[in-house]
Design a binder for this molecule. Structure first.
Ligand code: URA
Ligand code: SF4
Length: 229
């Protein structure tokens, strides 16, 4: 098998040729709408690019759009998004001062054997690698002070494959230098805080405890901002 991708045909995919050479977030959002960097665009409705404040101090990174996000074209507009906004409020982070995006910009799913329900399928390392140039562009253009990784997929995308959400959550982790954020050079480095994915909290047996954990991790991110301002 050629290549290092985890899927069976071994082919490599990459969004890079679809990125604009210049321009800000709006130009990138427009270009991402036509991305064909990997096969995920074929079955999904549309690209779901990040949304929020261009000058956000906090950027939240999820896994990939869900069913609702795929239909509406906006990240975190479904049930997980509702929970996330409540948790941000409870952690005293102004939602209007955040930028929200995903590690992968197209919805990956299978169709239920009976009926038509679309069931979320976790993105592979190859999907994340293909889509990574968009996330890198968002990191560079928004240049947040703190990045919140929502769940294991985002954690691995941002911090590498040895990342474990149970072990690494709720602490300030220096942003890996090779990601080339402007802030890394300008300001002694950006920070990442990892936490559970809001969807995992909705599925949890002890939702209340899981939710409290999310809020507590988000407070670590809020505290890092307070320490910087
Ligand atoms: N889950 C995610 O990871 N991202 C979304 O945008 C919605 C649900
Ligand atoms: Fe492009 Fe990412 Fe969509 Fe693949 S998932 S087509 S790389 S935007």
């Amino acid at each position: 098998m050629a290549g290092s991708g985890s899927d069976s045909d071994g082919q490599q995919y990459d969004a890079t040729p679809f990125l604009p050479r210049r321009g800000g977030l709006p130009a990138h959002r427009r270009a991402a709408a036509d991305c064909r960097g990997c096969p995920l665009f074929q079955d999904a409705t549309q690209t779901v690019f990040g949304a929020g404040s261009t000058s956000a101090r906090v950027m939240l990174v999820g896994e990939q759009p869900g069913d609702q996000e795929d239909r509406q074209g906006e990240p975190f507009v479904g049930p997980a998004g509702g929970l996330l906004r409540k948790a941000l409020q409870d952690a005293a982070i102004d939602v209007d001062q955040t930028y929200v995006t995903n590690a992968v910009k197209h919805f990956k799913f299978t169709i239920a054997t009976r009926g038509k329900r679309r069931i979320h399928k976790p993105p592979s390392l190859r999907d994340m690698t293909a889509c990574r140039p968009w996330l890198n562009a968002e990191l560079r253009l928004v240049d947040p002070e703190v990045v919140v990784a929502l769940g294991a997929t985002a954690g691995k995308a941002l911090l590498g494959s040895s990342f474990r959400v149970t072990k690494d959550r709720g602490t300030l982790i220096p942003f890996p230098e090779e990601e080339g954020q402007r802030r890394a050079a300008a300001d002694g480095g950006g920070l990442v805080v990892a936490t559970l994915h809001p969807s995992a909290i909705l599925r949890s047996d002890d939702r209340e405890a899981a939710y409290a954990g999310l809020v507590s991790d988000l407070r670590v991110a809020a505290g890092a901002l307070a320490g910087k301002s």
